[in-house]
Design a protein around this ligand. Sequence first.
Ligand code: GRF
Length: 212
Amino acid sequence: MPLKKIVVLVSGSGTNLQCLIDKIHNKYAQIVAVISDVPDAYALKRAENTGIAAKTFDYRSYQNKNLFYDDMLIYINKIEPDLIVLAGFLKILPEKFYNEYKNRIMNIHPSLIPAFCGKGYYGLKVHQAVIDYGVKITGVTVHFADAGADTGPVILQKAVEVFQDDTAETLQKRVLGTEHELLPEAVKLFVQQKLEIIGRKVYIKKSEAHND
Ligand code: GRF
């Protein structure tokens, strides 16, 4: 069977993309394109270094922002991906993406959803809010994205301890380490067709029992 096709959307450094390249690409699935909404995202370099098509749709250069999304969707539709991964992509995609790719758009968020998520919670702001609130546990969530901000069905979550002397920066670094484990794991489950969505719950199909 040919490998499933993945398109990864990015806006920044792309360490999560790099993990997908290292752990998933050409093994469990093929990353066929990386798309950025900003021209200087380092993630684009990571794609180029691996020989993956790197495409920018520069959000700022579009006067009509609807056209930005239309152009991106036309480009993606030509590729016919099985899965779209939002790996640090900072725009909220409009409804038409979710109509065409229902339960096939995955997002990673650096907190335990539904805490510290939604509009305005991105980057260091998430971790600063965690510290300011004084919670002892935060973590990582991988979920199917929908037209809301961080509201779609949860696929995987993992907790990360908040230390008393953490700054937003130290916490971000530790949480990122866990993101790098969880995102490839979720993508692998998807391409192996082990995820079943019923309502807003995601069930993970168990592997066949071993006799040994
Ligand atoms: C990650 O923290 C991710 O959870 C969030 O944006 C960040 C992207 O980091 N959505 P990177 O570009 O993958 O290094």
